[in-house]
Design a protein around this ligand. Structure first.
Ligand code: SF4
Length: 417
């Protein structure tokens, strides 16, 4: 199974393996690739978690923990459920296929989030496939955007795991699901070998200076650009995330040059969406960042606490940066779909001249854009009321509605206009 051409740059010290995951395909792939590492089989998850609980994150990231996930893999993006009344979210769905990340961005929110410091990979991917099928069947009238990489980097270990291929094969049969994989790597060569193209490969992008000083162990900007060109030319969908946008002394020159370089390798026709979100952090995370990266430049720029409790740059600075980047994006890529990640209504208005009434409306705009720009994929035609329905009447139990078996869900959906 070992593919000699795969070169993963991350070094691990040891593999811990839950005995239930022993025979899973993903486990075999990992054990084969890291055949030189010691392996310890664990009978009880709690005992393992207790053992690593006090291991510092930098050390913990060097352990691989292979186990099966017992809950639902797919959830609403936390922004959609927690803050959508304050900041406009987009009703995105996330797949938690792994937790933790071998990359070391100094702003990473995982530093204040994970209780288990090991690089955790869930091996029961068949369950994700099943959830995707159920999700699709329960929501036939909606275009659903679902993404991996919420708690990890989607492609960091994918050349070994090949989860992309499993999930791309599943969504190829589902007319209403668009799957996104987000990365800061250049691990794309294995994707080019797949027969599937209904997949969004997205990059989080920042100027060279930020990549160099802040996104440790990630691919350089040049490497990411080369990977984007391959994905662009192979006919995948491309997403770009200007997130987190970071203030630094030469931010204008940096972001202008970044957009020029992106335009050289990515065609506007292939871009499905571009997001913008400024650097934001819960106050305790700021302390973690100071401890782990005392010289980081990311804590420059005046910040205030927002209504969701997170620290953000003051509004005039956010507005200035967003407007500059937005105008450059329009010049470079024309009418591609650009949206804010977790921003307030007035900033939408100030920068883009439009302000969605709620997250359902953002979701609807997404659906219209996808439907119109990529008609060859036969998406369900977006109806405004369908996207409002989740927001207005199913707010409290929206996730349960999504997970009902198709037969049960269809009676629920029957009331929808
Ligand atoms: S790539 Fe994403 S998950 Fe990984 S360290 Fe950076 S911000 Fe965190």
């Amino acid at each position: 199974m070992k593919n000699a051409s795969i070169q993963i740059p991350y070094k691990f010290k040891k593999i811990f393996l839950h005995r239930d995951a022993r025979n899973d395909e993903i486990t075999r792939r990992v054990l084969d690739y890291y055949a030189h590492l010691p392996v310890e089989e664990v009978a009880h998850e709690d005992a393992f978690l207790e053992r690593v609980h006090d291991v510092p994150l930098t050390e913990g990231k060097r352990y691989l923990w292979l186990t099966r996930y017992k809950g639902d893999f797919i959830k609403y993006c936390p922004g959609a459920t927690n803050t959508s009344q304050t900041y406009r979210c987009c009703n995105y769905l996330v797949i938690n296929e792994a937790t933790n990340c071998p990359i070391e961005c100094s702003y990473c929110f995982l530093q204040g989030y994970v209780t288990n410091p090991a690089m955790t990979i869930y091996t029961n991917y068949e369950r994700i496939q099943e959830e995707l099928r159920n999700l699709s069947a329960a929501n036939p009238a909606r275009i659903l955007r679902v993404g991996t990489g919420e708690l990890t980097d989607s492609l960091a270990l994918d050349p070994i795991l090949r989860l992309s291929e499993k999930l791309a094969a599943t969504v190829a049969e589902l007319p209403n699901i668009l799957l996104e994989m987000k990365t800061k790597t250049d691990h794309v060569d294995h994707l080019l070998e797949m027969p599937y193209r209904k997949l969004v490969i997205s990059w989080s992008v920042n100027p060279d200076w930020i990549v160099h000083h802040v996104e440790h162990k990630a691919a350089t900007l040049e490497q990411r650009l080369q990977a984007m060109k391959k994905i662009n030319d192979a006919g995948f969908f491309i997403g770009l995330h200007f997130d987190p946008i970071i203030y630094y002394h030469q931010w204008k020159e940096g972001y202008a040059e970044l957009i020029d370089r992106l335009r050289e390798v990515v065609s506007p026709d292939r871009i499905v969406w571009i997001s913008m979100g400024s650097f934001r952090t819960p106050p305790p995370l700021k302390e973690n960042i100071r401890l782990r990266f005392p010289k980081t430049p990311i804590l420059a720029g005046e910040q205030i606490k927002g209504r969701d409790g997170k620290m953000r740059y003051i509004k005039p600075l956010r507005q200035q940066m967003y407007r500059f980047i937005y105008e450059r994006l329009r010049q470079a890529f024309g009418e591609v779909y650009v949206y804010f990640c977790m921003e307030s209504r007035d900033l939408w208005e100030m920068v883009m001249g439009k302000s969605p009434r709620n997250s359902g409306e953002v979701d609807y705009y997404f659906a219209c854009s996808i439907y119109q720009k990529f008609p060859e994929w036969n998406w369900p035609r977006p109806e405004y009321a369908v996207y409002q329905e989740d927001i207005t009447t199913q707010q409290a139990n929206r996730i349960q509605v999504l997970w009902k078996a198709p037969e049960a869900a269809s009676s629920e959906m029957a009331g929808n206009p």
